[in-house]
Design a protein around this ligand. Structure first.
Ligand SMILES: Cc1cc2nc3c(=O)[nH]c(=O)nc-3n(C[C@H](O)[C@H](O)[C@H](O)COP(=O)(O)O)c2cc1C
Length: 304
């Protein structure tokens, strides 16, 4: 029997579990010449805000050991322009499109979800509750705010709502449970870690905002642990994210409890890696005679 990578995430049918991670794949259509976008499990767009944002000043990317430090600051063209062009193009690809959104206050999240969830081709909304690169504190650090935003958005949204959480919290389980109990249909674990790097020749921080978010291989074990911990307590599905470069990395997240994965920094190095990850997962399942991805989700906990 052929190994089946099909998977259902929060009611959305995906042909495989590999998604792009927000902010690391443009709006989602620009790399069509480099990889067959229709072969992806799904596309998570750059985070969209109500008004266009120029983002933070340069320098806003720095390489660190086994990772990337960024302070992009949610640069995007705003929801109106996003619907006019990128969304039109994304609709033609034929894979589920998850639109990431962020607001300066709860009412902005609600307004964005109301507009976007009614657009053709939007399969789900991902709430970015975890951006480390804004002047305000990370939303995830305030449980009341997480609850207010998730329930407010859920009230108006026509499509599933996914809460993207920060790994830098005292108790990931408490926050994931708060998101779930406020109505989230899934959670993404996790965003980047607040971090810093300093240029010792210049005696200056490497980023304009001094601190940013670190991603890539160096955060993988921490994000796998977040997924494992949350999986023990929540019943909604998890998008595992953080440092996935190979099929093995993706399977590690799935064994810990993720239903699907999203891939960020590794596509900045080579977008073709996304397809290598799909084939890598398939190879592992075939080697182990496993027909369906569903059979291995969270299996590490089940083996306890
Ligand atoms: C350059 C860059 C821009 C990002 N922009 C966003 C964003 O707009 N919204 C968001 O939710 N996450 C954003 N992220 C975080 C990624 O989606 C992902 O959660 C994180 O990088 C961890 O995954 P990775 O280690 O595979 O990169 C960004 C990450 C990078 C490196």
């Amino acid at each position: 029997m052929e190994t089946n990578l099909n998977i259902n995430f929060a009611g959305i049918e995906l042909k495989n579990p590999v998604l792009t991670a927000s902010g690391t794949f443009g709006y989602g259509y620009e790399l069509a010449d480099l990889i067959p976008l229709s072969e992806l499990g799904g596309i998570v767009t750059k985070t969209i805000t109500l008004e266009p944002r120029g983002g933070n000043s340069q320098p806003r990317i720095a390489e660190v050991e086994s990772g990337i430090l960024n302070t992009i600051g949610l640069q995007n063209i705003g929801v109106k322009a996003f619907i006019e062009e990128p969304l039109e193009r994304l609709n033609k690809i034929g894979v589920p499109i998850i639109v990431s959104i962020a607001g300066a206050k709860t009412s902005e999240y609600i307004e964005l979800a109301e507009i976007l969830s009614r657009q053709d081709g939007v399969s789900a909304i991902e709430l970015n509750l975890s951006c480390p690169n804004l002047k305000k504190k990370i939303i995830c650090h305030d449980l009341c705010l997480v609850s207010e935003i998730v329930s407010g958005v859920k009230n108006v949204s026509k499509v599933p709502v996914i809460a993207k959480l920060s790994p830098l919290v005292t108790d990931i389980v408490e926050i994931a449970l708060t998101a779930q109990n406020s109505g989230a249909d899934g959670v993404t674990l996790a965003n980047t870690y607040p971090a810093m790097a300093i240029d010792v020749e210049m005696f200056k921080p490497k980023l304009s905002t001094f601190k940013g978010g670190v991603s890539g291989s160096c955060i993988k074990p921490i994000s796998v642990r977040c997924v494992y911990d949350a999986y023990q307590s929540i019943r909604v599905p998890i998008i595992g994210c953080g440092g996935i470069v190979t099929g093995e990395d993706a399977v590690e997240f799935i064994l810990a409890g993720a239903t699907v994965v999203s891939v960020g920094s590794s596509s900045l190095i080579s977008p073709k890696n996304l397809m290598k990850i799909v084939y890598g997962i398939k190879n592992i399942l075939e080697r182990k005679n496993i027909n369906s991805l569903k059979d291995i989700i969270g299996i590490v906990s089940k083996n306890l």
